[in-house]
Design a protein around this ligand. Structure first.
Ligand SMILES: Nc1ncnc2c1ncn2[C@@H]1O[C@H](COP(=O)(O)OP(=O)(O)OP(=O)(O)O)[C@@H](O)[C@H]1O
Ligand SMILES: [Mg+2]
Length: 241
């Protein structure tokens, strides 16, 4: 056997949960092509809490949607837990997302006619669980966000901070490894924002969640392990021009 026949050494196990390589995302608007993300690369470690900042229109939500498997790349590779999202069909991506990702929105997106309990239960209805298994998980998620006593309140009967905590319970109830949050404190007063950020920190530190959070607020970014800025389609570390 000469040296050309030698098999390559095995790839070391990556510690990155998210691996983005030369990712480009374009949108066509009429005759215009908008390319918010161009040739972008990023690694996010397992259990890391990453904050993403950048001017309005710089592509933050676009990047979150790609990482969450809600949208698909124009070119480049996007691997989550070594799975290449670009190779999945729409149906596979939907199934993957329902098992692996929790999404937290700025304006909570709770269903107004459902109670906090029923809102949190929603993602579990996609899974083969009995009613009592669902109850156990919903109660644990509501307890984790400190809202067991509000289970039967509807969103209109909750404060904004409580609504966001219910939305976080909904995002974690199916035990995803990855949480993406798009300006989760953008609509909250300082005290409620602090409670939401404490909760996200605890999910990262004590529950092994990997979190990618978009924020415009430097105080929110400060609680993350690392902050990156999105500018002109590229990610840069703060301080670099
Ligand atoms: N579905 C779409 N179709 C066409 N263009 C889009 C689409 N989604 C986003 N864009 C464009 O891509 C660019 C980036 O948008 P994106 O929403 O990612 O910005 P953002 O950084 O999240 O901004 P903000 O801070 O205001 O939320 C914008 O120019 C936007 O108009
Ligand atoms: Mg956005």
């Amino acid at each position: 056997m000469n040296s050309f026949d030698k098999p390559p050494p095995p790839e070391p196990m990556s510690t990155s949960l998210i691996q983005v390589r030369k990712l480009t995302k374009s949108f066509r608007k009429g005759s215009n092509l908008i390319t918010p993300l161009e040739n972008l690369s990023l690694d996010v470690s397992r259990g890391e809490f990453l904050a993403l900042m950048g001017p309005s229109g710089s592509g933050k939500t676009t990047l979150l949607n790609l990482i969450a498997g809600i949208d698909t790349t124009s070119s480049g590779n996007l691997l989550i837990d070594s799975q290449d999202l670009g190779t999945m069909s729409r149906a596979q991506l939907t199934r993957w997302r329902s098992q692996n990702v929790g999404y937290i929105f700025q304006l909570y997106h709770l269903v107004p006619i459902l109670s906090a309990y029923e809102n949190v239960e929603l993602p579990l209805l996609l899974q083969a669980l009995t009613r009592s298994q669902r109850r156990e998980r919903v109660e644990a998620a509501l307890e984790l966000v400190g809202l067991s006593d509000r289970a039967h309140h509807r969103p209109a009967e909750l404060s904004g901070g409580q609504e966001q905590r219910v939305a976080i319970a909904r995002a974690i109830v199916h035990d995803p490894g990855l949480l993406v949050a798009d300006e989760p404190t953008g609509d909250l007063d300082e005290e409620s924002a602090g409670a939401v950020l404490d909760l996200l920190c605890s999910l990262s530190r004590d529950h092994d969640k990997t979190i990618v959070m978009v924020t415009h607020d430097p105080k929110a970014a400060a609680v993350a392990d690392r902050t990156l800025h999105l500018e002109k389609g590229q990610l840069v570390s703060p301080g670099r021009s």
